[in-house]
Design a binder for this molecule. Structure first.
Ligand code: PEP
Length: 643
């Protein structure tokens, strides 16, 4: 149920972030204008230069898209879910302010593709925030779509795609998808007429006035039969001047052919004169609202071709029509015809160059992971195979005991984290630390590689038990494991089998995996009572569990006479009693459970003796005390599984 909820939340968030990031990245100038609107509403409009708002536009939309991709593929699940939550908290507060004060009418969260009112946006964000909380609470419930080792391919590919092939490409040419009312095919004449008739129309701010007399010639321009060129330059002062000759050439062509040509701008007469002096422009200039001009075309300057009042072509100043294209009359050339609807082609392009490669990569990755799993499984279950027939997990767990202050503990955990990220272990690794370290270490530990555990927890759920730490508290730090029944706690803190039974139940109730320690003293071994002792310890505290719960327990056999003494049980001694422990588990729960139970050995285990111990069929790893306090020593033991 929890998993289903998390993954529904993940999917909804991922799709929303990908779509909203994409529609913004596809129109970087539109997003920049929106950022400028926000800055103006906050009174900062004049302080931030254009290049910063434009860079912010590209980076923010790219980041939004990438967060969606990371969620979809479950890349860096914990970090990404925290970032998404932080963003959703900020956006919900921001949109509440917007809805309340209404300084901007459309928040722009889906660019021009979907325009929501401020209150609609706020409620949308409340829902997304709730989903972000779910994902943040249980990030590890999101299964990866692709193995960790291949995630960089998805990340880099998507990053290059959204930044280079979507945002920068749209910036250089024009938005690949045009959601504005001036898109190719838009009938301005009809829309404007509707507006004049008092009907709803998106062209209420569209007007064209002559510069000198202020005469409104909108109707004349839109009603003109045949072709009309509109050179759009919202602000001539900021217009790109690298293509001036090209523009003059196009103007000469239009005059020769008798096509009207107007330059629409919101600049002052002074700026127009300066432009004329600088460029030798002879075309007529008209005044239009600057926001309207920015909406007409995302290029300053940009060129629009109308035919009978309909937009049939648009060019950015970086991709104006070539000289060879403007030789014959527009009526006779391809340029004078409206291109066929290019949206399906563009969607196909997207699917071919972005979606398909990722789908193929995911399939290849899954097949690879599946074949790896199959090979491993066959190896384990081949009856001819002399290696251990195990399904059970191999684990090396560290028990720091009462060592390391917080700073030293964090340093050790960081060192181990980096070491094992660089050289992945061949077994499960767990570090069990004093309580005070847990929350800090959980913040950075990559728990896909290193599990984190406590060394103990209380036998009471909560209440007036001064100094105790409950299983729920341990779990709330981010830890997943707890050691229970260690001989030092049995001996010095008089933990009886009954107390331990309670602790095991509470730990499991709080979803902690228990590493349950058993083992005999020197006298007991000398008296030949080791089997009796371990059996009683299991019966006293864990054999009451259901099969399902027992399967979650890891057993650690630790002969007390070998703990911290430098004396190790020989590999044969250890194997003998491990085999015995497995046999009594089999008696109680059946052979299948016994075969699946991980039984660790503990007691002066070091890098030098670990390979021999771990080679034994019933020894599935170690619980390590002293040698877990130095990263290199601990790594030496972990590497025993690579030998
Ligand atoms: C332990 O206390 O769990 C232990 C195995 O300690 P050491 O490795 O130091 O013997």
């Amino acid at each position: 149920m929890k998993k289903v909820a998390v993954n529904i939340a993940r999917l909804v968030l991922a799709v929303t972030l990908i779509l909203s990031g994409f529609v913004k990245a596809v129109d970087p100038l539109g997003t920049q204008y929106k950022i400028q609107d926000y800055l103006t509403a906050m009174g900062l409009g004049n302080f931030v230069p254009d290049f910063l708002t434009l860079s912010a536009s590209v980076l923010l939309s790219g980041a939004e898209f990438m967060l969606g991709i990371c969620l979809l593929f479950a890349i860096r699940r914990r970090l990404v879910s925290k970032i998404v939550l932080a963003i959703m908290v900020t956006m919900t507060l921001l949109t509440l302010w917007l809805a309340w004060t209404d300084p901007i009418h459309d928040c722009g969260c889906f660019g021009d593709a979907l325009v929501l009112t401020n209150w609609q946006t706020f409620w949308k964000n409340v829902i997304l925030l709730a989903l972000a909380v779910i994902v943040w609470r249980w990030p590890l419930e999101m299964p990866r779509l692709i193995s960790e080792s291949n995630q960089w391919i998805v990340f880099n590919y998507s990053g290059v795609f959204i930044l280079l092939f979507v945002a920068l490409r749209s910036l250089y040419t024009l938005p690949q998808f045009d959601f504005r009312p001036y898109h190719i095919g838009a009938d301005l004449r009809e829309g404007w007429q509707k507006m004049m008739d008092g009907e709803d129309s998106p062209y209420t701010d569209f007007f064209i006035e002559t510069v000198d007399e202020g005469e409104d010639i909108t109707e004349q321009v839109l009603n003109s039969e045949g072709y009309t060129f509109l050179l759009i330059a919202p602000h001539l002062e900021q217009a790109d001047d690298s293509q001036l000759d090209e523009l003059n050439r196009i103007y000469d062509y239009s005059s020769e052919q008798g096509y009207p040509f107007y330059c629409l701008t919101a600049s002052s007469e002074k700026a127009i004169t300066r432009w004329q002096d600088m460029t030798g422009a002879e075309y007529p200039f008209c005044q239009t609202d600057d926001i309207t001009l920015k909406t007409v075309i995302r290029s300053n300057p940009g060129l629009v071709l109308l035919k009978d009042g309909k937009v049939i072509r648009k060019w950015s100043h970086n991709a104006l029509p070539e000289e060879e294209e403007l030789t014959e009359r527009l009526e006779d050339s391809g340029l004078g015809k409206m291109p066929s609807n290019s949206v399906p082609t563009k969607i196909l392009w997207l699917l071919t160059w972005f979606v398909l490669p990722l789908v193929l990569l995911t399939i290849a990755d899954r097949l690879w992971a599946w074949s790896k799993w199959l090979r491993k499984k066959n190896k384990k279950y081949n009856p001819l195979n002399k290696e251990k027939r195990i399904m059970r997990k191999k684990i090396v767990a560290g028990n720091w005991k009462m060592n390391m202050n917080l700073q030293d503990g964090i340093a050790l955990a960081k060192e181990l984290n980096e070491t094992l990220k660089a050289d992945k272990p061949n077994c499960g690794v767990v570090i069990c630390t004093p309580f005070i370290h847990l929350a800090s270490i959980a913040q950075f530990l990559d728990q896909d590689i290193i599990g984190l555990g406590a060394e103990n927890c209380a036998d009471k759920e909560k209440g007036a038990f001064t100094g105790e730490v409950s299983a729920e508290m341990v779990k709330s730090t981010g830890a997943q494991y707890v050691i229970l029944g260690h001989s030092e706690r049995r001996e010095y803190y008089k933990e009886t089998p009954e107390i331990l039974k309670e602790k095991v139940l509470l730990a499991q109730k709080n979803d902690l995996k228990v590493i349950f320690c058993i083992g005999e003293s020197l006298e007991e071994r000398e008296a030949g009572k080791q089997n009796e002792v371990v059996k009683a310890e299991l019966e006293g505290s864990v054999f009451n569990l259901s099969e399902e719960d027992f399967r979650k327990i890891v057993i650690a056999y630790e002969p007390i006479w070998a703990i911290g003494t430098g004396k190790t049980a020989t590999a044969e001694q250890a194997e003998e009693i491990h085999a015995y422990i497995r046999s009594i588990i089999a008696e109680k729960y059946g052979q299948a459970v016994a075969d699946d139970t991980t039984i660790l050995y503990g007691g002066s285990c070091k890098a030098s003796n670990a390979p021999e111990l771990f080679a034994k069929p019933d020894i599935d790893g170690g619980l390590i005390g002293g040698a877990s306090l130095k990263a290199a020593d601990f790594k030496g033991i972990i590497d025993a599984w690579k030998k």
